[in-house]
Design a protein around this ligand. Structure first.
Ligand SMILES: [Ca+2]
Ligand SMILES: [Ca+2]
Length: 208
């Protein structure tokens, strides 16, 4: 990418995402180019694939849950092309690293709504929670324990009592209790890995 093109793209993305300076966007574009060089997918010209994306998020933020990571990929891949373009990369990271509560609520809901039908259903909760729960003693049925947990979650978050979480339910619940933002599994970087990532990727542009 030419210097001029890099500057123009950085300027435009800094303005559209609102959370990064132009210098910071340039650093993210350089990281994108390095990741692209590693990607051997057929889409390598315009973006990098799911495997590189997952490796990167695992290395940077310790994210390991396959169900969640697949959905994180889909929320980044807005054009649904199977690869992450430079614009999708910067826009996605703007939310992961610097998003407002409102942006993070939209992002987490999209991640947790596994089939994208606008609701988080009991079945989707079950799928997400079954891997995160600590193993139960042998004489207890783990599925029953998850079902009990789902009923507790619904009691707290299902404001209109229709047995599933709409965006309005989720938004209201998280605004009342911010800890519910990642109720169905970690999908945002923790503070420590976020700071480490920013220090590594933004070495010179970092402001106070
Ligand atoms: Ca759904
Ligand atoms: Ca509901």
């Amino acid at each position: 990418m030419s210097r001029k093109r890099l500057q123009l793209l950085a300027e435009s993305l800094s303005r559209s995402t609102k959370h990064f300076s132009e210098g910071e966007v340039e650093c993210l574009i350089k990281l994108f180019d390095a990741l692209l060089a590693r990607s051997c997918s057929q889409f390598a010209v315009s973006g990098f694939n799911r495997i590189v994306f997952r490796d990167t998020l695992f290395a940077a933020f310790g994210m390991t849950d396959d169900v969640v990571l697949d959905r994180v990929f889909s929320t980044f891949d807005k054009s649904n092309s199977g690869c992450i373009t430079v614009v999708e990369w910067v826009e996605g990271l703007a939310i992961l690293l610097r998003g407002t509560l409102e942006e993070k609520i939209k992002y987490c809901f999209a991640v947790y709504d596994l089939n994208g039908d606008g609701y988080i259903s009991r079945e989707e909760m079950f799928q997400m929670l079954k891997d995160t729960l600590i193993k139960q003693p042998a004489d207890e049925d783990p599925d029953e324990a998850i079902k009990d947990l789902i009923e507790i979650v619904l009691k707290k978050m299902d404001y209109d009592h229709d047995g599933k979480l709409s965006f309005a339910d989720f938004e209201q619940a998280v605004k009342d209790e911010n800890l519910l933002l990642e109720a169905f599994g970690p999908c945002l970087p923790d503070i420590k890995s976020r700071i480490a990532f920013e220090e590594r990727v933004f070495p010179d542009t970092r402001k106070l």
